[in-house]
Structures are given as structure tokens and as C-alpha cells.
Ligand binder design. Structure first.
Ligand code: SF4
Length: 698
């Protein structure tokens, strides 16, 4: 039939951290269709993105030749930019010329202004091997730790709290453990849109009798399956969670045995919680005292309870405090380390876990060893045969500020799109325009690539081999299904060519070679080999034996902290950095949609997905629409202290009155022009989930 394939190639979905296993069904070297495989985290299921969002690889806008900025074309954010017309701004070049220019420009900045004048953004959309090589280039070629990626915009605060609390940044249990839980808490996450296949497990668990608690300022689809929908006030999270813990302490519902055996700091936490009575917190968080008590009892009293969270927890100036509360809640009730229990920050991108593990983080080397840890640094110096910088590097938003004040002057960006994803995007774009030298490696001429001096055409996920690690700590094999278009090259190859031209004697034959070296730097990969991944497709770390599938639920008897105990850290109420006022009376919150992934670089060029969700929109409650004299579908102007965008207003009563929700995927109305770059002091994550805004009819 017309849908028959002439080849089938097994791989992993390129979008979210669920890590669904897929099969590319190939006809005439094109993807004819995608089918779900029986992977450990999807059991044949796929969402609309994984199933239908694949023809971005065939987009006429794919970059197929290296490009060099034309003489006299300004790096001007105000020019009318058309990503379909690259030759208006760039000229085509040979790989040799482009790589020479890319590397010599970076070397010149380093030699003139010092190692810390260079920085790199790697990508959670590339493979583990590519992430590892990228951070190695920054650390050994640029010679500083100025390397980061989108984890900074996503779960950096969760990781800060988890590292502090339990000595690791990864989940304590895979999301499938929801099926073994009696109570499932989902807070600050909208999994039916952002982790759709994970959400199917939550719904199935509810069908089997589990109780679901959904906590979020926005009502959402999962609400229909919830026993309790706690629509708390934006920014009311710490007060709500502290009030629940107050109840657990006051009513003696905590697990004394567990606390004594596995935690430290409970007495300080108990004293701290005394003032957070449900009655006094109800007003602040918007949840009545009776509900706070009821849900606290349900969680503490459950045999097995598991907590999932997303960006609604992490993307605040108090994001680390939010995660600290969740950790304390789980620990005081002993709800970790057993089937059906755990702490699970749902990872966004398909490889944000793996890219973080591989060391795309400015304060840690691979496997989260602090750059100041002399013993591990010495080991890495031996492996890489070079001295390493013991000082932490700058984070994503810090790098943007450092460009503005002249400290950072050159950058290499692989597969990230800070012109769309960074807060206060105008400020970020002005920074990109100021760089002396910018090398961008991507599959499209992104909003970021428009500021580049050199653009290097890279590979899409179905065009290369490599491993990725999903939200469950499952390392999975992605395989090349398609030829590379034109002169495009795999990302690992490009990074190696730049490294060679910066004087590093790299000679990796391919990803398997890189993986073998990673295993020497990363004990987390013990017992996981390239060969096993080729054969088995998916192995979870930690993996205790050479033929073991890996451990799902971990920390049944202690934590990888210095004392072996979990640390309970009290959190106070820190209000959002910018409050609504007379000029900007609404609260703006941003996020994703089911159809579009992050900055939209791929999904907006996937014809099926863009047909489903083609137009920039914001969501408003019907009461706000009425107050503004607007009909649903009208055009509005949304402004904040940082900028303004124009887009269509949709009616959505899941959004509370006084709040406007905007997805950040639409380049023509970029939500991040509006957002506040204020940072959480620990995770250095910006407050995407709260700032003051004004809406006006257009
Ligand atoms: Fe892909 Fe995530 Fe959808 Fe699975 S749930 S198909 S990994 S986007």
C-alpha cells in the first residue's frame, strides 16, 4: 500500500523528556510515518508531537551549507528578518573556510581577552556524546567553565534543592511508579500537554484507584481526574506546602522512624513550621484551611505517595525554596525509596537529563562533581591531559549580562535559541548583537543565528546516531534513519573540527568512541555499554550489574550525601520579584502547548503541528475579556516593563481571573520579550512564571 515502508529504524522521540521509543518508517529516504514502540516509558504510546511532528527535517528552511555573514550586514535586531532568505544576510562558504573562521575567531577572543571572555551554550536536543564533547571543548579549548544550556531555564532550581537535600539531581523513581502509588501529587506541571504519555500513566493509576492531587494556579485537563484540584494563588506555593507540613507535624502524621534513620534537620524544620498554620496561610495561598488539612492527611497517611513537579515549581525567584518544601514533605513522611513513592521533577527536553549528566553546567563537571572538587578535577585532568579551571563559570542569564558589560566577547552556540528562550529577550538579543564573534550551529536559521558571524549546518535527530537520557534516567539509543541534507554534518563532528582547529588533538571516530571516554569520566554509566544500548535500546542508571536493566526506585537505605542522610531545609515565603500595580495590573505566566515544543524551531516547521496551532495567542479568563470589552479572538497588546507584543486573545477559564498565559513558541509574538530576568539565588533560574503585565485592546 501507499503507506508501506522500505526501511524501519528504531529510535527515540526528539521532543520531550518522557523518551518514547519510536520507529521511523522510511520510504525513499524520507520518513513516511512514525510508530510507537514498546519502550519502557511509553509501551507503544505516542503523543501528537512524536507521531506527527517529523517533517521539520524536510523543511525548505533546513540549513544545508555553512554560512558566513556578508560584509556590511549589521547585526541589527530591528531589521525585518526572514529565516527563509539566509542569503540576504549571509554568503555560502566551504566547510574549510567556515570552520577556520569559526575557530580562529574564538581563539582570537581567548588570546586577547582571556579564557573567561568566551562562553558556550550546548543543547538538550543533542545527544549525550555531543553534550560531553561540547563541554570538553569549552573546558579544554576555551579554558573556562563558561558552559551552560537550557537546564538553567527549566529545572536548575529543582536540581539545586535536590543536590543540597539528597546529594543528586536526578529523580528518585521513574514516572511509571505512579501505577504503584495510592496518592499522586502533580504540582506546577501540565503533563497532558507537556509530558502527554507520562500523563496517561497518571490517568491509568487513577482508574485503578489512586487518588490524584493537582496543585496549580491554572486549572488544566488533568483536573478532571483529580480528587483534589488545588488552584492556589500564583506565587502561593511555599505558603501552601508549609501549611500542609504544619498539619503533618501538628497532628503527628510524620514517620518518626524514617526521619531518625534517614534525615537531618527535622527539629529546625519543625520549629520553623510552627507559624505556618493552615488558617493563617489560607489567605496567602488561596486554599482554605480544611482542604489544606485534608490533603496533608491524605499524603502523609498514604501507604505510597509520589510527587511530580514541573516549571510551575522551578521558574520562580523562590524556585529552590519550592523544591525544598517538596523534598521536606516527602522525607518527613518517608515517601521515598519504596515502590510507588518518590520525588520526580519532570524533565522538559528529550535530553536535558543527559546533557546535565554529561557536564553542560558551569559549576559542575560530568556526573555533577563540583569544579572546585580537587580530587575529581585531578582525575579529569589526567583523562583529558590538561589543567582545568577550578572556578565555576557563568550561567545562561549571567552570560547575557557579562556580554553587556564586555566581559564575554565570543560565543559558540550549539542548538540553543536564547533569542527566543531567554527572559527579557530584547536584552538577550542586544547582547548577541554585541559579541565580537558568534558561532551558531543549528538546523535552521533561528532567531539566534541571525546574530551569528558563522552559521554551521547541523544534523536533525533522525540523521545521526547517539544516546539520550530521559526523565526516568533511562539511557536510550537513537539511530540514524535519514541521510544528511546537502552538506549538513552531525553536531559531534562539527565540534570536533572546531576543537582540532583550536589546537586540541581530538580524533573520535564516532559517538561510540566518545561514549567509551564518557564512561571513564562518569561512574553513573557503570555497566552501561554502547554495545548493550545497541542491543537493548534502553538501560536505566544506576545499573548494578553488566546484565541488569538498571534501578528504577533508588535510595531505599540512604542518600548519596556526605552523611548518607537527606537534609531538610526550611523555606520562608519569598514573594515574586515583580508585583502587579496600577500600570501593570495583571500577572503574566508563560509555558508550552501540546502542539509546539519550546521555542518552536522544530514544531512550527512541522506542517501537521503548525496547522493545528498556527497563530500566536494568549489565554485569558472570560471575566477579564469582558472587563476589557473584548470578544474571544480579538487582537490585544500585552506589555510589561520590558516590552510589548501583539497577539490574539483566547478565552480559557482554566486561567484564573487577573492572569494572562502566553506560550513562548511564537517568534512573531515572542513571550520572552515580556518576561522578568530576575533570578532565583541558588538555581539562577529566571522567574518566567510571574511578572506584572498590562493588556490593551488593539
Ligand atoms: Fe515524544 Fe514526549 Fe510525546 Fe512521547 S510524550 S511522543 S517523548 S513528545
Amino acid at each position: 500500500g501507499s503507506r508501506e515502508a522500505d526501511r524501519k529504524v528504531d529510535s527515540v522521540c526528539p521532543y520531550c523528556g518522557v523518551g518514547c521509543q519510536i520507529t521511523y518508517n522510511i520510504r525513499d529516504d524520507k520518513i513516511a510515518f512514525v510508530s510507537g514502540r514498546d519502550g519502557p516509558s511509553n509501551e507503544n504510546r505516542l503523543c501528537v508531537k512524536g507521531r506527527f511532528g517529523f517533517d521539520y527535517v524536510d523543511s525548505s528552511q533546513r540549513l544545508t551549507r555553512p554560512l558566513i555573514r556578508k560584509e556590511g550586514v549589521a547585526k541589527d535586531g530591528s531589521i525585518d528578518f526572514d529565516p527563509a532568505r539566509p542569503l540576504d544576510y549571509f554568503r555560502e562558504a566551504s566547510w574549510e573556510e567556515a570552520l577556520e573562521l569559526a575557530a580562529s575567531g574564538l581563539t582570537a577572543v581567548r588570546d586577547t581577552h582571556g579564557p573567561r571572555a568566551l562562553a558556550g551554550f550546548g543543547s538538550a536536543k543533542c545527544s549525550n556524546e555531543e553534550a560531553y564533547l561540547f563541554q570538553k571543548l569549552v573546558r579544554t579549548g576555551f579554558r573556562s567553565n563558561n558552559v551552560d544550556h537550557c537546564t538553567r531555564l527549566c529545572h536548575a532550581s529543582s536540581v539545586a534543592a535536590l543536590m543540597e537535600g539528597i546529594g543528586t539531581g536526578a529523580v528518585t523513581a521513574p514516572f511509571m511508579e505512579a501505577m504503584n502509588a495510592d496518592v499522586i501529587v502533580v504540582i506546577g506541571a501540565n503533563p497532558t500537554e507537556n509530558h502527554p504519555v507520562a500523563a496517561t500513566y497518571f490517568k491509568q493509576a487513577v482508574k485503578q484507584g489512586a487518588k490524584l492531587v493537582v496543585m496549580d494556579p491554572r486549572g488544566m485537563a488533568l483536573k478532571r481526574h483529580a480528587t483534589w484540584m488545588m488552584q492556589f494563588r500564583p506565587g502561593g506555593d511555599v505558603s501552601m506546602l508549609n501549611a500542609m507540613m504544619h498539619v503533618i507535624v501538628e497532628e503527628g502524621l510524620y514517620d518518626t522512624q524514617y526521619i531518625q534513620a534517614h534525615t537531618e534537620g527535622f527539629e529546625q524544620l519543625r520549629a520553623h513550621l510552627a507559624k505556618f498554620t493552615p488558617e493563617s496561610m489560607a489567605e496567602i495561598c488561596g486554599i482554605d484551611a480544611a482542604t489544606l488539612r485534608e490533603v496533608a492527611r491524605a499524603y502523609a497517611g498514604a501507604q505510597r505517595a509520589i510527587i511530580f513537579w514541573g516549571m510551575g515549581v522551578s521558574q520562580h525567584v523562590h524556585g529552590t525554596d519550592n523544591a525544598r518544601c517538596l523534598i521536606s514533605l516527602a522525607m518527613m513522611c518517608g515517601q521515598v525509596g519504596r515502590p510507588g513513592t518518590g520525588l520526580h521533577p519532570l524533565r522538559g527536553q528529550n535530553n536535558v537529563q543527559g546533557a546535565s549528566d554529561a557536564g553542560l553546567i558551569p559549576m559542575v563537571f560530568p556526573d555533577y562533581h563540583g569544579v572546585g572538587d580537587a580530587a575529581y578535577r585531578g582525575r579529569l585532568e589526567g583523562l583529558w591531559d590538561i589543567d582545568l579551571d577550578p572556578e565555576p563559570g557563568l550561567t545562561v542569564v549571567e552570560i547575557v549580562d557579562a556580554i553587556h558589560d564586555g566581559r564575554v566577547r565570543g560565543m559558540y552556540i550549539m542548538g540553543e535559541n536564547p533569542a527566543m528562550s531567554d527572559p527579557d529577550a530584547r536584552h538577550a538579543r542586544d547582547a548577541l548583537a554585541r559579541l565580537d564573534h558568534l558561532v551558531v550551529q543549528d538546523i535552521f536559521l533561528t532567531e539566534t543565528a541571525r546574530y551569528a558571524d558563522v552559521v554551521l549546518p547541523a544534523s536533525a535527530w533522525p540523521e545521526k546516531n547517539g544516546t539520550v537520557t530521559n526523565t526516568n534516567r533511562q539511557v536510550q539509543m537513537g539511530r540514524q534513519a535519514l541521510p544528511l541534507p546537502g552538506e549538513a554534518r552531525p553536531d559531534w563532528w562539527i565540534t570536533q573540527e572546531i576543537a582540532r582547529r583550536m589546537g586540541l588533538g581530538w580524533n573520535y571516530a564516532g559517538p561510540a568512541d566518545v561514549f567509551a571516554e564518557m564512561k571513564q569520566a562518569m561512574p553513573s554509566l557503570d555497566n552501561i555499554t554502547w554495545q548493550r544500548l545497541e542491543n537493548e535500546g534502553s538501560i536505566m542508571y544506576p545499573c548494578p550489574e553488566p546484565d541488569h536493566p538498571g534501578l528504577g526506585v533508588v535510595y531505599g537505605d540512604g542518600f548519596p550525601t556526605a552523611s548518607g542522610r537527606a537534609r531538610l531545609v526550611p523555606a520562608d515565603i519569598v514573594p515574586p520579584a515583580e508585583q502587579p500595580d496600577r500600570d501593570f495590573p495583571m500577572i503574566l505566566t508563560t509555558g508550552r502547548t501540546l502542539e509546539h515544543w519550546h521555542t518552536g524551531a522544530m514544531t512550527r516547521r512541522a506542517s501537521n503541528l503548525d496547522a493545528l496551532e498556527p497563530e500566536a495567542f494568549c489565554s485569558l479568563n472570560s471575566l477579564d475579556l469582558r472587563r476589557l470589552g473584548l470578544d474571544a479572538g480579538a487582537m490585544v497588546r500585552v506589555s510589561t516593563r520590558r516590552g510589548a507584543i501583539e497577539l490574539m486573545a483566547r478565552q480559557d477559564n482554566a486561567v484564573p481571573e487577573g492572569v494572562v498565559f502566553i506560550p513562548f513558541c511564537f517568534a512573531e509574538a515572542a513571550a520572552n520579550v515580556l518576561t522578568n530576568p530576575q533570578l532565583d539565588p541558588y538555581g539562577k533560574i529566571p522567574e518566567f512564571k510571574f511578572c506584572a503585565a498590562r493588556i490593551e485592546p488593539q
